[in-house]
Design a protein around this ligand. Sequence first.
Ligand SMILES: Cc1cc2nc3c(=O)[nH]c(=O)nc-3n(C[C@H](O)[C@H](O)[C@H](O)COP(=O)(O)OP(=O)(O)OC[C@H]3O[C@@H](n4cnc5c(N)ncnc54)[C@H](O)[C@@H]3O)c2cc1C
Ligand SMILES: Cc1cc2nc3c(=O)[nH]c(=O)nc-3n(C[C@H](O)[C@H](O)[C@H](O)COP(=O)(O)O)c2cc1C
Length: 768
Amino acid sequence: MHIACIGGGPAGLYFAISMKLRDPAHDIEIFERNAPGVTFGWGVVFSDQTVENLERNDPKAAQIIADEFAHWDDIDVHIEGECITSSGHGFIGIGRKRLLEILQDRARELGVTLHFNAECNPADPKWQDYDLVIAADGANSRFRDAHADAFQVDIDVRANKFVWLGTSKVFEAFTFAFEETEHGWIWAHAYRFAPDCSTFIVECSEATWRSFGFDKMSQEESIAVCEKLFAKYLDGHSLQSNATHLVGSAAWLNFRRIKCENWAVGNTILLGDAAHTAHFSIGSGTKLALEDAIKLAEVLNRPGLSRDAALFEYQAERNLEVLKLQNSARNSTEWFETLHRYLHFEPLQFAYSLLTRSQRISHENLRLRDREWLEGVERWFWKRATDGRSNKTAPPMFAPFKLREMEVENRITVSPMAMYSALDGIPNDFHFVHYGERALGGAGLIFTEMTCVSPEGRISPGCTGMWNADHVAAWTKIVNFVHANSKAKICLQLGHSGGKGSTKLGWEGNDVPLDEGNWPVMAASDVPWSPVNQVPTPMTRADMDVVRDQFVTAVRMGVEAGFDMVELHAAHGYLLSGFLTPLQNRRSDEYGGSLENRLRYPLEVFRAMRDAWPKERPMSVRISATDWVGDEGITPEDAVEIAEAFRNESADLIDVSAGQTSTDAQPVYGRMFQTPFSDKLRNEGRLATMAVGNIYEPDHANSILAAGRADLVALARPHLIDPFWTLRAAAALDYRDIHVPPQYLNGQAQLARNLKREAEAAAAALRA
Ligand SMILES: Cc1cc2nc3c(=O)[nH]c(=O)nc-3n(C[C@H](O)[C@H](O)[C@H](O)COP(=O)(O)OP(=O)(O)OC[C@H]3O[C@@H](n4cnc5c(N)ncnc54)[C@H](O)[C@@H]3O)c2cc1C
Ligand SMILES: Cc1cc2nc3c(=O)[nH]c(=O)nc-3n(C[C@H](O)[C@H](O)[C@H](O)COP(=O)(O)O)c2cc1C
């Protein structure tokens, strides 16, 4: 094949090498606009896995690169005069210039033609003469932008400002240095990539950047300010730029996240940064470029594959990896953009939050990297959780948590789940076994399903209720069992279905009206849930009084039944959620319009409930922290205001769910997908939260808790299938201080032994 590579960066060079290695007959020319040795940036970092990929692809170049690597294990996080050091991170760095020199030599050796000082224009007809034109021309690719529509380019310009500098100061650890100034926070990411040189990236918010006046400074002036700001880390060494062609503030950039729907159009193929970028804070841009290059060369040389089929395969096989990396990179980017949330953390937790920001590194990962450090975090967590009473080294999920006078034994919660199995609202044998079993299973707190305050307030005919003495008696039996046989606390979730009422049992059709026997429904406004649901009657003030009083009666019954806690369900599009979201609330009175107005009735109900509930027992509110429909619905920013409003009415905990408020919602699912909302509410609103949503491993729970992203962690579906999720986790993590029902002690001990043996065998196999 006759191939033109536009760009002599890592992607273009390594693609040419990888093609020649597979078939020396390929005729490949690289066109690079710069002279040899002229490049932006300083060092780049790699992971061990990238190095293994390079070794498999081209052992010779890999060896030369490996010989020049700077290695380091530690990460130092400097904040508020403290330096938190953790180890075992295993980084490898190399100068970008040196990497390119090695790749250029290798490309020449394999017969690739290199043209320097060759600015390429995508409109030049000569590109049609090549079988393939590889657009490896970087993030600002002209070749991509010439066909932006066909490639379906999506560019997201991120909020923070950064400048990529270098220094002769040798940082022995990967260093993050956070400095508070009169203009706001500014920080550096620094690492050594050669015996005498380190990368030094300075980053800050746009507001801080302007407040410093960086927008009006020359590069030299900016550098002088940065040298002064970070003097204590630089030990007299200067900072330097190698983007000397950029004038004034132009050396300060906003990171551009690039994604393309199509990677090949006609004979042009995107490679590396031209196709997709990953934020510098996860250090994976060069990895993406090199691994793209390997994959493209591999599919183009795969026997029996046509050119078009090969290009299809290239994208199909790389897409998932790129998406995963871009997801991690987005998490990391957002962490730095929302730094203000974490600045009140103690330095140790701040460092933990920083290390786990991309969600690629978890609690157990950190244990593998640096057990001693992680155990220090665990001890710190337990100390805080117990007001200094405990010095235990144990996973955070097993630490107690206190809300008013209620202390839960551990941080795992059985999330509320409708069982659709009651008759006339009365919990029966099914409920007795269901809740009893989950209490025996070790969770610190179990929630009832949404228990309705009136027959008309039920979602379905199978919902449980709390409006008469039969309900109190049945719930009392359950609560008594839980208290007598476990350490779990039990919380009564109270709700009213509003416009989503009068529907079938969950498994007969979610939100589908009954075939017969429907009852009239009311809501904030006459907005039906969907075209097949009833049009609700807008509530009058008199209706509002009645429903508020029903909630209060239910709370009093909850006291009688002995519940430890009450939750007001104001999420998922039911009655009170329907007041909160503008998608359902179209009222023109003082209960509609502004968020303050939409909050008025839900707050009134909460206040009345709080007055009826004992002062020493806690109350929570479940909210949907986003409607998942963009700015027309509830946004996470609105959710902070909503959470704060309930907190100001003495809510002790916000149960942070999301969505189910509109059929137009576009949720983004994934592991722990709602946890970012809990993080936002907890750390911007400074209130206690419970995270929920696709959290299914103990490692998830521990990472969330230690990073201060929630105070409690709720699991719903995992508990449906495994009531003993928490005891199983305790066995797996060899945590022995959890309450186990005495009848089950032998089982727990045997499970712990077997899991330990299996883990030891797996570790031995790995070592072998
Ligand atoms: C501040 C910062 C820090 C980073 N840190 C890391 C890190 O630690 N680890 C890591 O892996 N990655 C890092 N990256 C990302 C990394 O630099 C890129 O992901 C990587 O360089 C992508 O390689 P590429 O070959 O696709 O593009 P580039 O390296 O950008 O190469 C593109 C080449 O094309 C040339 N070119 C462009 N247009 C034309 C044209 N019209 N004609 C001729 N030539 C042209 C350019 O001169 C350039 O040499 C960082 C990036 C930034 C901005
Ligand atoms: C069968 C089922 C019933 C549910 N019923 C309720 C409910 O009554 N009240 C409520 O607030 N959430 C309810 N939910 C939502 C869960 O509490 C939880 O927020 C959701 O399932 C996401 O958590 P998970 O990924 O751990 O399942 C229900 C979920 C399921 C699966």
